[in-house]
Design a protein around this ligand. Structure first.
Ligand SMILES: Nc1ncnc2c1ncn2[C@@H]1O[C@H](COP(=O)(O)OP(=O)(O)OP(=O)(O)O)[C@@H](O)[C@H]1O
Ligand SMILES: [Mg+2]
Length: 213
């Protein structure tokens, strides 16, 4: 059985960490689709949703699902499903449970939930330590639009999830939490049963997978 696992959640919740851990654990049978790779071109003023950055420049609104090339993303999912050996396509991104074309392809739907203050702290740390940039503009953009965009376009998609994973849990715990869900598509690794003892599921979502459409 081949299927699609959609992983959504707020920025810096841990979506990519979870998706990449799945791929590392099952490199032959997991294909990754990062929705971050499917924004419309940032120079293309005719497509996407545009906003004004806190420093006064017009910018593509990265926090709006209308800025994703949904057709291209759906095509990438379909192409990954056809790749020899692939049994699970993990599509991860802010809008994995908001974009209809992605959502209807997903047999399993996960929302990574991490408190807003922790997500903001992670994002600012990443700005400073990894990107070596002044976090001031990010913070102003967060106050100006980012916070509202999360409330409008990301947080509501939690309702579409079969499973809500605690994004403050360890990587191993997040992995173990999703394993029961994707078991039909992916044989569990020998390590998975012992990791399952550390599962911290968040109440409010069932673990019954939705049917692929
Ligand atoms: N379970 C976790 N515990 C502690 N730190 C974590 C955990 N998951 C992710 N992180 C850290 O949080 C930061 C953001 O993680 P990650 O890139 O996976 O988030 P994301 O949801 O993909 O964010 P984005 O939407 O910006 O792509 C990284 O520095 C990562 O190391
Ligand atoms: Mg990411």
């Amino acid at each position: 059985m081949t299927g699609v696992l959609a992983v959504a959640g707020g920025t810096a919740s841990g979506k990519s960490t979870l998706a990449e851990a799945l791929s590392l654990q099952h490199p032959e049978s997991v294909a990754l689709v990062h929705l971050d790779d499917y924004y419309v071109p940032a120079h293309d003023r005719l497509n996407g949703v545009w906003t004004v950055s806190a420093d006064g420049h017009p910018v593509l609104d990265w926090n709006h699902p209308g800025s994703i090339d949904e057709r291209a993303a759906a095509h990438a999912v379909d192409a990954a499903l056809l790749r020899p050996g692939v049994r699970l396509v993990v599509v991860e991104g802010l809008f994995a449970l908001s974009l209809p074309s992605v959502l209807r392809r997903a047999a399993w739907r996960v929302y990574v939930e991490t408190p807003d203050d922790i997500r903001l702290a992670r994002k600012i740390l990443r700005k400073i330590e990894v990107q070596r940039q002044d976090p001031g503009l990010s913070l102003r953009n967060y106050l100006q639009t980012g916070r509202d965009r999360h409330a409008d376009h990301v947080a509501p998609s939690r309702a579409a999830a079969d499973l809500v994973v605690d994004g403050t849990a360890s990587e191993a715990e997040m992995l173990a939490a999703v394993m029961p869900l994707i078991g039909p598509a992916l044989a569990q690794s020998p390590a998975a049963p012992s990791q399952a003892r550390g599962v911290r599921a968040v109440p409010g979502a069932s673990a019954i997978p939705a049917l692929a459409v």
